[in-house]
Design a protein around this ligand. Sequence first.
Ligand code: GLU
Length: 551
Amino acid sequence: MDYKKLANLLYPNVDKTIDYYLKKYPKRDLPKGAEVMRIAPSPTGYLHTGHAYSAFISRATTRKTNGVFYFRLEDTDQKRLIENAGTIAYDMLCYYDMKPDEGYTGDNRPQIGNYGDYIQSKRLKIYECFAKYLVSIGRAFPCFCEKSENKEDILNKRQEQLENYGNIEDKDVCRNLTYEEIEKNIKDNKPFALKLLSCGDSSKTFKFHDLIKGDREIRENTKDVVLIKSNKIPPYSLAHVVDDTLMGTTIVVRGEEWFPSLSAHLEIFNAFGFKPPKYAHTPVICKLDENGNKRKLSKRKDKEADVRYFIEQGYPKVAVIEYLLNLLNSDFEIWRQKNPTQSYKDFDFKIEKIGSNNPMFDFNKLNDISKNYISKLSKDEVYSNLLKWAESYDFDFYNYLLNNEEYCKNVLNIDRENAKPRKDIEKWSDVKNSFSYMFNYNNHPFAPNYNLEGIDLNKLKEVCLSYAKIYNKDDDKQQWFERIKKMAQDLNYATDNKLYKQNPENYKGNVSDVCMYIRIAITGRKESPNLYSLCSLLSKDEIVKRLTSKF
Ligand code: GLU
């Protein structure tokens, strides 16, 4: 067959050669060791936590090597496009400190860089040119079958091949069409898909080094994969080979789900004679389902699969980033302990350190990291972060914060800005409820959320009413406690634990029980930040009201 003639028959309007494009996008002039990496999401859903995880690897590696991190929008699946998903993905990257250096920056916003267009649907001419080239060298053929066989047919065919030949060869029947048959189909305006003419041998394997998975032995591809669909749109396999070549990608970081099609991708690189980039297939973030089985984080089922969820909930971005880092590099945690005040950006991130097991998404761990992070912020930082969050997600609370700035800062400063700060805020959405007793929201004692479980109401009443009589707003911390102790003694509570332990039957309880009753009346909870500090921020009237109004 005269392949050049065939190429002209199939693609008469392609007037450029692949050399034209290879020259148009020359090798990048970068320092030695600089890596070029990308994030290439499909705007068919919002930025998945898994994508953020891959993007983090690329951003950290390009930052470290003075390379380039770019954004390519893989929007070839036009049927499943979601409006604005690309823009949101870009904005999310920026929000999480992973701003790309180059590429797509959002719909209707200018693209940055010389290796564009960075939107795949705008590159169809380029793909056609590369497709034509493969036809011209005998490595691609048109398939005129109207629809791919359905799954059952394919499975049956494979089973048959397995029984007859001992292996599966997905060779397409349209490989054998003659030039004349093809010409006739073209004249009849029959649409065609272009397929790779695979030269693989399924009995052979080759060695492959994945930057995360390590050394692997991979079976050669034998599948005549689709390169251009009949609607002229290339699927991922051809599009990524062409794009990553022209855009100069040196390392492709992508989800583990792509690993099975790697051999087909490598065969396409090979057919062109291009050197493939290095690959790092990231493990997939999983979670336990209701039945305790491990499954992939799902866009449909899991709120934490969408990175916006963490913002809505008010997790500080650094906490989320550090959580991802924890999932990625097990030694990050040790580094963080040794370097409590350094930025995570100073951590020497290494792709090779990423474990190949699928990590589990663990909210407890995220909450822990977040609590720790927030506990180290100053009152001003907490206030401004909280205010910013509330502006978008809780406007009433935002107004309250804004109108009571000094008071709110004082509340947020209780047990903060010291060597052992209290770790009671996991995320900004917690604050209003955690400190509801201080924010004049629901501030009456014994409101429905007061925790009176296991509390002796008679003792509570006696302590609260007595304390209301002797409470003195002017007491310093020591006087305050002495006054409580004295009252405890008068009411026949032991003034210290030792005393109480020796003769428990002689007392109604211990001074700490007395404090707990007061705490419950003031805050509604059995645990709270320092009671003295809380009381000193409330007015005497308010305290007396809380102590007495229920009885
Ligand atoms: N568009 C592909 C995806 O969203 C990109 C995979 C890759 O990064 O190469 O999964």
